[in-house]
Design a protein around this ligand. Structure first.
Ligand code: C5P
Length: 221
């Protein structure tokens, strides 16, 4: 990419799932592969951006020339992100667990031998995107959130964009039949205050390059 619009800019990208411990051997998690976030981080790097990638547990190799901060939990992801500010661009692709166990058992929870099942009290995790987006003193110039939805995509995504105060929401349908979550392809629509733009189904790397082009456009204007 020959554009110099992003040369020397700083970006924070979050990717992957978070793992929220229940006891020393169990966690709450999700099927996020981290592929879309890694692809965006790599295409921003290729456009000359200084990228920090805060990643939950994934099976992907660390990309070259990207500062990788591996984390497990949402709280660790938030702390890592806040340390990286200020940045010019924040792209929050991580599938952050909405809840975590209120208390983490220090010993493995045992079967009782009977039919009883354990129950867990959950508590809400911090919203990393909203925290960064609503931070008035050092809000990135461009904050991009994702909306993985299975229903009422447009309404959910647009209300999320407003509620979380982000500039763009990249919306996708993660119904199991789409094979998007955990898969290699994606099909997205970018929502902004000026409308929506659909990108046809493509490899997540290609979606990363298309999104980078849009980011270049944003900084060119
Ligand atoms: O509310 P929801 O999880 O659907 O929002 C998705 C967007 O918010 C994604 O960009 C995701 O990375 C971000 N998010 C976050 N921290 C959370 C929950 C979501 O950064 N705790």
């Amino acid at each position: 990419n020959m554009s110099k619009a992003l040369l020397g800019k700083k970006a924070l990208v979050t990717a992957g799932p978070t793992y929220e411990p229940i006891d020393p051997v169990r966690f709450l998690g999700n099927y996020s592969s981290g592929r879309q976030g890694y692809a965006i981080a790599e295409s921003l790097r290729d456009a000359g951006v200084d990228v920090t990638l805060v990643s939950g547990p994934v099976a992907l190799s660390p990309p070259d020339n990207i500062y990788l901060v591996p984390v497990q939990t949402a709280q660790e992801m938030l702390d890592a992100c806040l340390e990286i500010l200020p940045v010019d661009i924040a792209v929050m692709t991580a599938a952050v667990a909405d809840w975590r166990a209120k208390t983490v058992a220090t010993k493995k929870i045992k079967k009782t031998g009977g039919a009883e099942t354990p129950s867990f009290e959950l508590t809400i995790n911090p919203d990393i995107l909203a925290t960064i987006s609503q931070n008035e003193s050092c809000r990135p110039k461009l904050v991009i959130g994702f909306a993985a939805e299975t229903n009422d995509l447009l309404e959910n995504a647009e209300s999320k964009r407003k509620r979380k105060n982000c500039d763009w929401i990249v919306m996708n349908d993660v119904s199991p039949a789409t094979k998007i979550m955990g898969g290699v392809e994606n099909e997205v629509t970018i929502l902004s205050s000026s409308g929506k733009q659909h990108f046809k189904r493509a490899d997540k790397k290609e979606i990363g390059r298309l999104l980078t082009k849009e980011i270049i456009e944003f900084f060119n204007h």
